[in-house]
Design a protein around this ligand. Sequence first.
Ligand code: ATR
Length: 275
Amino acid sequence: MSGERDRYAVMGNPIAHSKSPRIHRLFAQQTGEALDYEALLVEADDFAEAVADFFFSDGGKGLNITVPFKQEAWQLADRLSPRAEPAGAVNTLMVKDGALYGDNTDGAGLVRDLTVNHGVELRDKRILMLGAGGAARGVILPLLEQGPALLHIANRTVARAEQLAEHFAPHGALGASGFDTLDDDFDIVINATAAGLDNDVPPLPEGVVNPHTLCYDMMYGSGPTAFVRYCTGRGAARALDGLGMLVEQAAESFHLWRGARPDTRPVIQALRHQP
Ligand code: ATR
């Protein structure tokens, strides 16, 4: 421990590839906040102990949580923010009044990237969400809060899409289906599946992505993702990857911890030009 600078970290497994330390160090430089931020590899069975050690033995101030521990972090938290509770996942932890407090900034990051960075209006739009896993669940409520005409969830395993639609039904207009019955009636298509990890895309019928569609992949990579390439190939109006979401969710966590809101634009640019 340095003794002087407040300590933050991201926990996950694997973690070596994480861009969070770089992003938060850039935020710290920019805002003049004195802090250290490191990446911590945690073994599957050690998560709860690692979190307890970090906060209560080592004096850590804040954690980001990534794959595969976001659900476990949700269970571990003593208190949850209103947006983390329905998300079923926590990506930000801190200690408040002696208790472990969990928040989820992923959805806010997605909404901010779409609406502020890319100028995309979500109100009254018909949004198609591909995927019904943890990544999808974490962003549904913040999307619904933007007042879309419809948020339709399509998933390979239809029952998971139906369960999510039912869970969030009190919060907005939701639909659920598999991929094969989808039509071309969507303004925005958001990919929240893990297909990109295998350089794959969900099996969409022709026409779902067309020259009127705005595509957003919650994944990002050093080059265009499989979904971005797929959408570009079908002439989509726009095809955006999730780099901005990554930086925006980090900024939201940083703000929660430090009270300072970093300017994300130069950080997104730095990561885009030097992945
Ligand atoms: P995550 O936390 O990344 O969302 P997850 O909870 O395991 O991970 O969910 C992965 C999502 O990607 C699911 O919606 C999954 O579909 P199933 O529910 O049918 O398993 C989806 N997925 C993974 N690989 C896919 C592929 N090749 N094509 C389409 N969907 C895929």
